[in-house]
Design a protein. Sequence first.
Length: 205
Amino acid sequence: MSTGAPSAPAPLWVSGQRSAADSLRVLAGRARRAFLRWVVCRGDTVAYLRRQGMRIGPHAALLARVEDFGTEPWLIEIGARVSVAAGAVFVTHDGASRVFRERIAGGSAFGNAFAPIRVLDDSMIGLRAIIMPGVTVGPRSIVGAGSLVTSDVPPETVVGGFPARVLCRLDEYERKYRDRMIPGLSSHRGELRRQLTERFWGEAR
Ligand SMILES: CC(C)(COP(=O)(O)OP(=O)(O)OC[C@H]1O[C@@H](n2cnc3c(N)ncnc32)[C@H](O)[C@@H]1OP(=O)(O)O)[C@@H](O)C(=O)NCCC(=O)NCCS
């Protein structure tokens, strides 16, 4: 039960309170974004996110979904040659304050705790990692798959875990990688498939 009057009109995401006019507004917003993304930006994720205010350096490879950069993409900066794997999620605000938010006089309906995220040049964010508000990664750092990153990742460092901890320095990881790598692999998908299926299954698949 609330102990005071809300300081702002109920936001659109509060269930059961949406009027017909609200629904139309939501629909119009979705249509506008879809037009911008698929017609104006021709489905190019980087071009669309740049138009949404995200700073993205040259040769960045963003494999996460547009939605995974959150509701404030304009609070995210991605450096040159950064890779973001599928399923990585960027969090730039603290929704947990909903528990007490409406008791704070003068508070925003969107909360009042936001912080930018920076991924500096030549860094890599692993599959399904979660990057929390205020975090800076890199440059030349790696966030392991499935990590929860709550504090800065120093330059040239590999982190992993939930929450993430330092696993090793970049040069150690590179040394290990070179020792374990499969030499002579093709840069063409079809040939790579043949090479790897023969190696692991004993036949081309
Ligand atoms: C983080 C990473 C770079 C580490 O690689 P690595 O050093 O070769 O990893 P290893 O298998 O030698 O493991 C080294 C240690 O790190 C731990 N570790 C490895 N990956 C981890 C991860 N993602 N989260 C937490 N711990 C991890 C291992 O458990 C091991 O710990 P131990 O020494 O206590 O046994 C790699 O595991 C990773 O997550 N790469 C990203 C993969 C990805 O997202 N691919 C997307 C395709 S686009």
